[in-house]
Design a protein around this ligand. Structure first.
Ligand code: IPE
Ligand code: IPE
Ligand code: MG
Length: 251
């Protein structure tokens, strides 16, 4: 028995392992990135079926610009193709699509497509799907700090009044439920500068499955793993056990 609800409200995924998946098939890395689109569809469907409220996917990190130019180019083309092809389906499924990250780094046509996709799906709220592009957890904290500093400069906020709640409101995803479950595919057990602020109390699930092979059964395994955890948020197990009947009856 744990006090963890069976279904996480907000899941984030580091979609890793595309390159190794392609290499095992003697194909270029871009083949693996393209194959990862099916896994994205799988997790969206899985989240919709389970009633997960928010899904945040790491598609391109602020560090991924360091990759060979042809791979970065192939990824940009893939984003454009995916935007052109998948948004209708997302719209019909009731998915609200948002991009998080420093979008200013992308060329104007791609930015335009991103903003158009966000605007088209803005009326949906069955699933909030956030795609992190040119995103870094440190960047996110820095941009929140900049906004706080600007508010101080305008005289709207006193520096001594900046607390976790104030800064948190300026970080990405602040309007969504807190991150419950952080999944990383591809076998690496690291965060790679993803949601540093938001993952403070997320449950972590690492799997060796390479991203293109990740399907609804894999998602279910991650959710089952999550449901088996006892989330204590600094309290003792006994305190959590005592609080449980009150929490349950409040639902
Ligand atoms: C993740 O897969 C996708 C991106 C970072 C864009 P990788 O491309 O990192 O795949 P591996 O880790 O090399 O297998
Ligand atoms: C993290 O994967 C970024 C994405 C999945 C988009 P990487 O493959 O870039 O991470 P590192 O470099 O192995 O830490
Ligand atoms: Mg990788």
């Amino acid at each position: 028995m744990t006090s963890t609800p069976a279904i996480p409200r907000h899941i984030a995924i580091v979609m890793d392992g595309n390159g190794r998946w392609a290499k095992a098939r003697h194909r270029p890395r871009s083949f693996g990135h393209n194959a990862g689109r099916k896994a994205v569809r799988e997790v969206v469907e899985g989240c919709l079926r389970q009633g997960v409220e928010a899904l945040t996917l790491f598609a391109f990190s602020s560090e991924n610009w360091r990759r060979p130019q042809d791979e970065v180019g192939a990824l940009m083309e893939l984003f454009v193709r995916a935007l052109d092809k998948e948004v209708d389906e997302l719209l019909q499924q009731g998915v609200r699509l948002r991009f998080i990250g420093d979008l200013a780094a992308f060329d104007a046509p791609l930015r335009k497509r991103m903003h158009a996709a966000m605007a088209r799906t803005a009326g949906n709220d069955r699933l909030h799907m956030n795609v992190a592009v040119n995103y870094g957890g440190r960047w996110d904290i820095v941009q929140a700090a900049r906004r706080a500093a600007a508010a101080v400069g305008r005289g709207e906020l006193r520096a001594e009044d900046i607390d976790e709640a104030t800064l948190g409101r300026w970080t990405s995803l602040a309007e969504l439920p807190p991150l419950d479950l952080f999944i990383r595919t591809g076998g690496e057990c690291r965060i790679s500068n993803f949601l540093l602020w938001q993952a403070a109390y997320a449950e972590l699930h690492f799997t060796d499955t390479l991203w293109p092979d990740f399907d609804q059964a894999c998602l279910q395994r991650a959710i089952d793993d999550y449901a088996s955890r006892e989330r204590r948020f600094g309290r003792t197990g006994e305190q959590v056990a005592r609080a449980r009947p009150t929490q349950d009856s409040a639902c």
